[in-house]
Design a protein around this ligand. Sequence first.
Ligand SMILES: [Zn+2]
Length: 236
Amino acid sequence: MIAVAPSFSEAELLSLWEKGFSLGAAGRALALAEAGGGAEPGTAADLPIGRRDAILLSLHESWFGERLRCSVTCPSCQGRLETEVSTVDLRVSAGTTGPVLSGGLELDVRPVSTADLLAVRDRRALLLRCVRSARKGKRAVPPAKLPEEALDAVAAALPELDPQADVSLGMSCASCAHEWGAPFDIAGYLWAVLDTHARRLLYEIHELATAYGWTEREVLSVGPARRRFYLEAART
Ligand SMILES: [Zn+2]
């Protein structure tokens, strides 16, 4: 059975899974963030990725608890490592603010949002969307005329502006002693957990619908304890 927040029914969870099923990674992350609340309706897309991911961490806590199990491949020996982390350990403090300086240019930069990821795929276009304004001395420089070095400086500054969007797990390989930071994506992780739970629930619905002739709605209206009994009875 699926443990969901009291305010989020199994039927709603299945609807969310179905909505995200046909979407890409950024679209799924947005659908999850919108489901999780924490932002005004319709504004989740414009949140910095770190703010969005903080919502997704809370959503994981609410639906599945604080513990996350991760499987990571060692980049040195290709061995598989299993690790468990707490959502508490994945929360980082707010980022820095202030202009990005590069080659005499002063750039006012904002963090990347989900809307940016949905709007553009090209790296340069993505970085340019994050430049609110650029100046050289007192002269304004159109972002479209910024040199590559300036955009490299923007890219380098983004993790400091929004550290919650750039979380990694401190890993140490027991086989080869290699140590590294493995990037962690709560959006992809939460989707994978939701996907597993939704599919398990759908199989339960299929099994009970087949055994008793119930509709999906009728299966979902049966409480977890009684549903477990009916499943066991149908299997014997
Ligand atoms: Zn290793």
